[in-house]
Design a binder for this molecule. Sequence first.
Ligand SMILES: *Cc1c(COP(=O)(O)O)cnc(C)c1O
Length: 430
Amino acid sequence: MDARLREIYVKCGIEPEVYDFGEKILGDLTGRFSEYDRIAEYNQLKVIGAMRKCGVSEACFMPSSGYGYNDLGRDTLEKVYAEIFGTEDALVRPQIACGTHALSIALSGNLRPGDELLSVSGKPYDTLEEVIGIRPATGSLAEYGITYSQVDLLPDGSFDLEGIKNAIKPSTKMCAIQRSKGYQTRPSLSVSAIGAAIECIKSVRPDIIVMVDNCYGEFVESTEPGDVGADMVVGSLIKNPGGGLAPLGGYIAGRHDLIEKTAYRLTCPGLGKEVGATLDVNRSFFQGLFLAPTVAVSALKGAVFAASIYEKLGFDVCPGADEERHDIIQAVTLGSPEAIKAFCQGIQSAAPVDSHLSVEPWDMPGYDSDVIMAAGAFISGSSIELSADAPMKEPYAVYFQGGLTWPHAKFGILSSLSELVRGKIVDIYI
Ligand SMILES: *Cc1c(COP(=O)(O)O)cnc(C)c1O
């Protein structure tokens, strides 16, 4: 089989020496990978256990239309999410357009004029700057008289617990924590570190609402932020928990009263969770969630494989090959525009969809430099599928994530390296 495997990789455009180099790297990763497989196994049982407990049945897959009253699938799915994320209740809806929207309604549903939002993990994700009003925007929380302040992480990437205690004031209503680094160069936060920060916040004022942006973190560990005291846990269904099958959507899992207020913002006061048809998406939400633990771990393996390969070749990688993982994002600093382009082209060429396209940098709205993106996804913009993007500016770092299956992640990474080798940007000596 080994020879046939090598043969098909070469036939699919992988340089023979790249394949051999990859196999050598993989030899050292078997211990890591079997640890990840145990996490997937644990989370698979967690998901099935929740589905059994909540009585998921074939009737849950029936489409609903119109107002969507008594949508059994939707209501059952929300119970399943609450169970998995360690919370009392959840809101899981196709009407939530993306992760930013989910975060936005969790914030605006629970903050009132005069309240303060405190971010305790430094600068929040880019798109939240306009939601909060850090960058002035129409309709932002700032326009409604909700103030914002932030405590940065310490230089080593840990929570500044003293700083957090000092920053809490009488108007502090909610604290926000972002689990994944997103597109910053800081370590992602472990669930146990998040738990310690929550304990610190609650020791000052137990009534402060703690919201965790859980994007890209779901099923990477065997616990979730709800298990360590988060009041709301928020994410996107076209990332980890949708398992690649959810065609859209977002979720908020949390305390019952907070979910109710969030639902009043998503739909309207009085109606809340009672309305919202799901058309025909329930089956894909359930089935995607069922697959999510193994999908997240496939992506995790891809991230570690990429880190190991590029670190070995002398590039800066974040996180490092041997570092613990708390999300599925891998950054590789390639150092030049040509290298970025070759890397992204390799990812694109390895995709099941749009593999024939050539990637080009473009002036994407909201960014201060051109951005290059590689994605050949079944679901538009899905970043649990294998994808890579990079701003075309110093230090020329590419962010790489996803992979619905480990073999696809592996192929994509070997394909990126083959492009770099063919472009004479990287030399492999083994
Ligand atoms: C993806 C992501 C979001 C939300 O982004 P959308 O593109 O709106 O889904 C928020 N926070 C983090 C850390 C993310 O990775």
